[in-house]
Design a protein around this ligand. Structure first.
Ligand SMILES: Nc1ncnc2c1ncn2[C@@H]1O[C@H](COP(=O)(O)OP(=O)(O)O)[C@@H](O)[C@H]1O
Ligand SMILES: [Mg+2]
Length: 327
């Protein structure tokens, strides 16, 4: 039995990382080590066998939640429920939590993201949330092709598909390849054309802009997870570069140095994140041929691309450690 209550074991660490995917931790572990700062992991999988005794307090420290919308794809179906319980307990005792309860709700719901972004004045894709399967086809009829479908609780491109043809969509919905969303909610949305074949992911740490990453989309993939752990090192059939599982080139990620803290969309995003107490996040947007910036994804569990980290004046992982240890 492993209790999360204040015990001898966990009084040393100042920073606690709450997550369910150990594969995403090494870059942060390296940064913590470099800064000579201890951290402890709370891993929300069934195997951890955690308990919390509600009569007692959590340990003292700073708690950083890195719960991910795609946890169910790693067999951690209840990670978000475990996290909800623990984050409520931490909040009740006034612990300093980075990306706390409300941020988890953003992470697991693109509906919530779009509503909040739109209310703040950002352009978001026209979207319909479809509950279950029954109304999917009828809902898609409101859209002109191409349109996009994706999961409300998404991450790493889950269920993201572009349809250029209603007949294809019908085959998909009625076929064996239909990807059931974990929360039952499929989103249908306008396809946003981009002026040039890339999307931008702006990283914020401690609520402040850190850097913007250009992610090349010319290979056509929608699975654009920046983490090393999302990549298969070499696929022999793809000469001239390694690829992730779904065809994103390793060299698809580069710094967009022309985007700075003074760029208007960045300033507005900082204000938006502050309003919602989102302290660490990667926000994705597309710039359209008519020079509109459309925001379509907020990653509150953000991973940093290794190549970009090397070329940045300060690696984001180092900045995260600096931020957390300064709290
Ligand atoms: N409405 C859209 N129009 C055009 N491309 C899109 C749209 N939505 C998603 N994409 C593409 O698919 C990728 C994954 O979609 P996203 O909404 O970020 O889901 P996830 O949370 O799984 O990363 C995006 O980075 C982008 O390249
Ligand atoms: Mg995304």
């Amino acid at each position: 039995m492993a209790t999360l209550n204040n015990t001898q074991n966990n009084t040393q660490a100042k920073v606690f990382i709450l997550h369910e995917n150990p594969e995403w931790i090494p870059p942060f572990a390296t940064a913590f080590k470099k800064a000579n700062i201890d951290f402890q992991e709370w891993v929300f999988s069934d195997e951890s066998g955690y308990t919390i005794d509600l009569a007692y307090e959590p340990p003292q420290g700073v708690f950083w939640s890195r719960l991910s919308a795609s946890s169910h794809t790693r067999g951690h179906t209840y990670a978000k429920e475990y996290a909800r319980a623990v984050l409520a307990w931490l909040a009740q005792h006034g612990r300093r939590v980075v990306n706390g309860e409300n941020v988890l709700e953003f992470e697991v719901s693109k509906v919530r993201q779009y509503l909040a972004l739109k209310a703040y004045g950002f352009k978001t894709p026209y979207t319909t949330a479809v509950f279950g399967k029954k109304s999917l086809l009828a809902s898609a009829k409101k859209y002109t092709t191409p349109f996009i479908v994706k999961h409300n609780q998404g991450g790493k491109g889950l269920g993201v598909k572009r349809f250029d043809d209603f007949a294809d969509f019908e085959r998909y919905v009625n076929g064996v390849d239909f990807e059931e969303p974990i929360d039952g909610i499929t989103l249908i949305q306008d396809y946003i054309p981009s002026k040039e074949p890339f999307i931008t992911r702006a990283e914020f740490i401690g609520g402040k802009f850190h850097y913007a990453v250009r992610v090349d989309t010319s290979a056509g993939s929608f699975q654009l997870c920046p983490a090393d752990a999302c990549r298969i090192e070499s696929l022999p059939e793809l000469a001239g570069g390694t690829c992730d599982i779904n065809g994103t080139q390793n060299n698809a990620f580069s710094l967009r140095t022309e985007i700075t803290a003074d760029t208007p969309i960045i300033q507005k995003l900082e204000a938006f994140l502050a309003e919602h107490h989102i302290e660490v996040a990667g926000v994705e947007f597309i710039e359209t041929p008519s020079d509109e910036t459309v925001i379509y994804d907020i990653n509150t569990n953000t991973n940093y691309n290794a190549t970009v980290e090397q070329s940045a004046s300060q690696a984001a992982a180092d900045r995260v450690v600096e931020f957390l240890s300064g709290l």
